[in-house]
Design a protein around this ligand. Structure first.
Ligand SMILES: [Zn+2]
Length: 457
């Protein structure tokens, strides 16, 4: 079997992956908080850990992959209030869109997708264990974790408690013994979702849900806990502390974190107006293009989303599909994965840029080759390697047909200007032709008092 190496944030080093139980690999990834459409940065862990899931399935007989849904949160309450809809309506709508988008990204369904609100009893059970073990205290309807009780608190994110307080981005609250203590349970605001508990009606803090759901589906100790780098502190650190307090063990052996995503070198923010929603990206580009972009940088590094990168990804996929088209996949030989260079690259700490590079090398040989036997064999290798990356999943004809339907924004604007001119010259036939042509490309135009606007249909 190929040796898998992963960068473990816990030890800050590259380690050989040694499973707890080779017959069932267990992995937990923190999933979305469902209050609004996610941005493209949120799609990075979805795709990266989908690659890890595909790879583990290739290497081991069974993989249990849990990715939760956070459906209780202040942001959800605020958004539902703003939109004047119920919390249930909002969360169901966002979850439905999330599923649609993960399918477009060719992300495989996970084994379990538990929702926080369906696991309140399991959370209360862990809180009770923490009370029994004297790791928590109750204050003004809140139950708080006493971080000073946790030996080496900060061991995952490599932070020292006193430095954290000196850095003082911590919430000082009258009900806390220490500013670093974090909430496990708190009272709910009037009219907001609330559950019965021994400490009165209330709701869980954020971190406790992942401890409860990972324990229920994977046990108190499992192989891999993963998520975005921004989750390492405080979320993962606090999950780790809770589990240690309740069960006396470190919950996961490997902690894997993906780097952040920038847009044109800047962090996405409302004030900069540079947020690219995933929904928008998937309306403009095929899911495989978005997926390719997200795999183009190594997962531990920051990824910079630029127009150039989008164009490169599109060009690269056209090139790979073009090579595939040259061969006859139906008669391509069966390729053993042991000879798969993509597998090799992924086993080396999920080196997706190298994996993509190997696909291009195969494509290069296909383009140069004149032997149909060789071309067919290499096409099989290309398709097989790409499958591990969740790419080249479409029929070539379908890919190029949809590509030919795509139209650039400059071309849309040019045609709108041409139509305006045709109308001014009273050439209504030409104007209608242009409207039809755009519609064929999936673009609907509308004349308004301030000019012609367009949208995707
Ligand atoms: Zn989590």
């Amino acid at each position: 079997m190929k040796k898998l190496q992963l960068y473990n944030s816990f030890s800050n080093s590259l380690e050989d992956f040694v499973p707890l139980d080779e017959s069932n690999i267990r992995i937990y990834v923190c999933g979305p908080t469902v209050y609004a459409s996610p941005h493209v940065g949120n799609a990075r862990p979805l795709v990266i850990f989908d690659i890890l899931f595909r790879l583990l399935r290739e290497l081991y007989p069974k993989v249990t992959y849990v990715r939760n849904i956070t459906d209780v949160d202040d942001k959800i309450n605020a958004k539902a209030r703003d939109r004047k809809i119920s919390i249930g309506e909002l969360t169901n709508e966002v979850i439905e869109e999330f599923h649609k988008n993960t399918a477009l990204l060719n992300v495989l369904p996970v084994t379990y997708e538990p929702r926080a609100t369906a696991h309140i009893a399991e959370m209360l059970e862990i809180i009770q264990k923490l009370i029994d073990n004297d790791f928590v205290y109750e204050s003004q309807g809140h139950v708080l974790f006493r971080v000073r009780k946790m030996p080496n608190y900060g061991m995952l994110s490599k932070r020292n408690l006193d430095d954290m307080i000196a850095g003082s981005r911590v919430e000082i609250a009258p009900y806390k013994e220490d500013p670093m203590d974090f909430v496990l349970w708190k009272p709910s605001e009037e009219g907001m979702p609330a559950w019965n508990s021994p400490w009165g009606k209330g709701r869980p803090g954020w971190h406790i849900e992942c401890s409860a759901m990972s324990r229920k589906y994977l046990g108190e100790q499992f192989d891999i806990h993963a998520g975005g780098q921004d989750l390492m502190f405080p979320h993962h650190e606090n999950e780790l502390a809770q589990n240690f307090g309740a069960f006396g063990c470190i919950m996961a052996n490997y902690w894997i974190h993906n780097g952040m995503l920038l847009v044109n070198g800047q962090k996405m923010s409302k004030s900069l107006g540079n947020i690219i929603s995933l929904d928008d990206a998937l309306r403009r580009h095929d899911g495989e293009i978005v997926r390719y972009i997200l795999l183009s940088s190594h997962y531990t590094k920051t990824l910079d989303w630029t127009d150039k990168l989008v164009a490169q990804a599109k060009h690269s996929l056209n090139r790979l599909y073009g090579a595939l088209k040259k061969g006859d996949i139906k008669i391509a030989g069966v390729v053993e994965n042991s000879d798969n260079p993509v597998l090799e690259a992924l086993c080396s700490n999920l080196n997706t840029p190298l994996a993509l590079h190997t696909l291009h090398e195969i494509a290069d040989t296909i383009y140069k080759s004149t032997s149909s036997d060789e071309i067919n064999e290499l096409s099989g290798q290309l398709k097989n390697g790409a499958a591990l990356l969740g790419l080249l999943s479409k029929e070539c004809e379908e890919w190029f047909r949809q590509e030919s339907k795509l139209i650039s924004e400059e071309d849309i604007e040019r045609l709108i200007a041409e139509r305006k001119l045709a109308k001014a010259e009273k050439d209504f036939r030409r104007a209608d032709e242009i409207r039809e042509k755009l519609l064929e490309k999936g673009i609907k135009i509308e004349d308004t008092s301030t000019g012609t606007i367009w949208r995707n249909v």
